[in-house]
Design a protein around this ligand. Structure first.
Ligand SMILES: [Zn+2]
Length: 92
């Protein structure tokens, strides 16, 4: 499966500023979110939108998750660790 590199993805400000690695990828409602895995305020100021291709270019270990299905998430304990996928219930 290919993901359009221009597709939008949500990132937290830590990922956006590259101050923390991407350790949590989730697909609420089919959107793509790439997060550091730490807690964030539920506030739009904590997130940015980027083209998903930039993220795959930056960290090619994310390519393993190209087939992540909507309403699933994948987490890892370390930047090069194995992804652990779980199906989730996202709150609306
Ligand atoms: Zn973050």
């Amino acid at each position: 499966m290919n993901v359009d590199p221009n597709r939008k993805a949500y990132v937290c400000i830590h990922v956006f500023d590259n101050t923390r690695p991407i350790n949590l990828v989730s697909r609420p409602d089919g959107d793509w979110c790439f997060l550091c895995g730490e807690e964030h305020d539920d506030d739009a100021s904590q997130y940015r939108v980027v083209g998903i291709g930039h993220l795959f270019d930056r960290d090619n270990s994310l390519l393993e998750l190209k087939d992540l299905q909507p309403d699933w998430e994948a987490e890892r304990a370390a930047p090069r660790g194995a992804w652990l996928r779980t199906r989730c219930e996202f709150d609306d």
